[in-house]
Design a protein around this ligand. Sequence first.
Ligand SMILES: Nc1ncnc2c1ncn2[C@@H]1O[C@H](COP(=O)(O)OP(=O)(O)OP(=O)(O)O)[C@@H](O)[C@H]1O
Ligand SMILES: [Mg+2]
Length: 255
Amino acid sequence: MSQFFLLMENIIELNKVTKKFGGITALNKASLHVKKGEVVGLIGDNGAGKSTLIKTLVGVYSPDEGDIIIRGKEVNSWNALKAREAGIETVFQDRALTPQQSIVKNIFMGKELRYPFGFIKEKKQINEANRLIREIGFTSKLINAESAVGNLSGGERQGVAIARAIYNNAELIVLDEPTNNLSLNETQKVFDFVLNVKKSNRSVLFIGHNIYHVYDISDRFVILDRGEVVHELNKENVSSPEELMKIMRQTIISH
Ligand SMILES: Nc1ncnc2c1ncn2[C@@H]1O[C@H](COP(=O)(O)OP(=O)(O)OP(=O)(O)O)[C@@H](O)[C@H]1O
Ligand SMILES: [Mg+2]
């Protein structure tokens, strides 16, 4: 497979997906794709359908209409298990980590490495966890695989969740408002983690309310309004977060 083809490959594609809740159309023929190694920022006002789109993508909801295509192949009866098997992992802020446990326990929870008789390969897990957290960008000498998650900052906890997603063979990591409630410093840490995920040729889909954060981190922006994808732009065509904000406002007003 040529390098060019690898760069162009879509990990996932939602094609004209519609999702209704009773009388509410949360998604209306929305299409979205994520390529290998790219960071996509999903933006739009409150109630635009961002969370519904994400939940459909990760298999929490099945669409009423439309197709889901994984690496070029259409899938039927899409669900959360199939999404995980396809290498799609979601990182929800703070939830799903056990703070009183160590980083290594959190990364391997439920998927421990074991000897044939069932004992856990503790040393191997620690080595692997240390390798993972360094790979995604933990630099502090004070933190290692055996540190308790409860002592970590908000940004670092996101890092542990991302490390776990990578251990689970994630090809696409979906981040649900990862910088909400984080300080500037912590936000920067999460950005560094995301850039390292991208460097390893994995993809990230990022939902954010803060246009500055979305701008900094994304290669491409997708604007959602009232359940419809109304605009898509590459970063090189938008000169600043202010311009992105302006384009978003204008697109929504004229939609
Ligand atoms: N489970 C549900 N049952 C009924 N209506 C829902 C449900 N989930 C979402 N909706 C409706 O669908 C629309 C889109 O909601 P969604 O949560 O996807 O928006 P959002 O873009 O994530 O908004 P926010 O930025 O506020 O998180 C809204 O009108 C919402 O009220
Ligand atoms: Mg939402």
